[in-house]
Design a protein around this ligand. Sequence first.
Ligand SMILES: Cc1ncc(COP(=O)(O)O)c(C=O)c1O
Length: 398
Amino acid sequence: VGVPQARRPPLRAVPRSAPAGACPAGVDDPRETLLRRAAGLPGVVSFAGGLPADAQFPRRALTAAFVAAVAQPAASALQYGWPEGEAALREWVAARLRARGAQVAADEVLVTSGAQQAIAIAAGLVCRPGGAVLVEPESYAAALDLFRGRGLRPTTSAAGACAAYVMPALSNPRGWALGGGARAALIASGLPLIEDDAYAELRFAGPPPRPLVADVRARTLHVGTFSKTVSPGLRVGWLVVPPRLQARALRAKRDADLQANSLAQAILAGFLRREDFDARLRRLRRYYRRKADRLAASLRRRLPSWRFRDPEGGFSIWVETDVALSEIHLLAHAVEAGVCYDPGSLFRADGRTVPLALRLSFSAVAEDAVDRGVARLARAWRAVAREPAPLRLTGRSA
Ligand SMILES: Cc1ncc(COP(=O)(O)O)c(C=O)c1O
């Protein structure tokens, strides 16, 4: 790949920060090998992973909530709990969904070990093995992997699908809301709808839109998480299923891991009791919007041939190009230049690598490193363009 061997450090077993949901299925995947290599290198500007910014973890408040939870005379934070989860958390989730127009009671909320487990349980409830799942043309990589791992086929056509998996409020990797026409078509499809609301609270323009679960309660399996707004390390998310599926969802949760982590749930419940959560969200939206704007401006200046639409929220910008070049080749050059990102094929329903696309996550990059990272990307892009096997253009200039 044109990377001098002598400058390659050995692969570290444990990356400094594991990419969230962007790791493909196996460690023998060259994309993952490169991402892991980059994560272990000092000084690399990482647009990979889609991680929340370390600086935004409410460390002091979580520490106080942790101390209070462990000190409780009842010791429930250190004890087993019921599979459905902590009552205060369930009520908190239900109240926020009701404020968005959904008829959801606290006892209909299942606390899960992150949104990822909620997606897994939901898929198990409504997808037949061997079936097809309707997804957006680009979708959340770890959900696509999960579906494939269960013998399900991600598809962009509703015909023959057993369910749909969508991010209507804000999609990953595009960072857009689902358009009105697509939403109406989904509702009319009659399919069970797995609604992944992970980024809904991080729309730059303000509060989240009306969720699908508010309009199609009987067919929607609604997934949420505290990973993006509080901390993914706590591993707490939730699932709301149609009433007829509730008993099966509870059984699936218990079979998987008995219950979500008691301590993490107690910490979150204590944190949410004291936190002005909406004020926190307003701060987070401003913070991530600033980073998104920086990245967009830098890309427009340094890589004018790359196409993207400014995100409406979330952590990433989805970039498309018109070139048909090996994405692993560019990624290797980028890592060599001191920058990394998630290759676009990870997010494509059909897994295709051309035309070349990339997901650049601005969320965890220090603001003053954004432009440096893009300059390195531009250097890698130029280096690849100079090579004997040049870029093969499929349309516009690159
Ligand atoms: C769209 C989407 N859904 C779900 C998840 C998983 O979140 P959790 O950390 O709650 O498992 C992610 C994490 O990156 C995500 O981007």
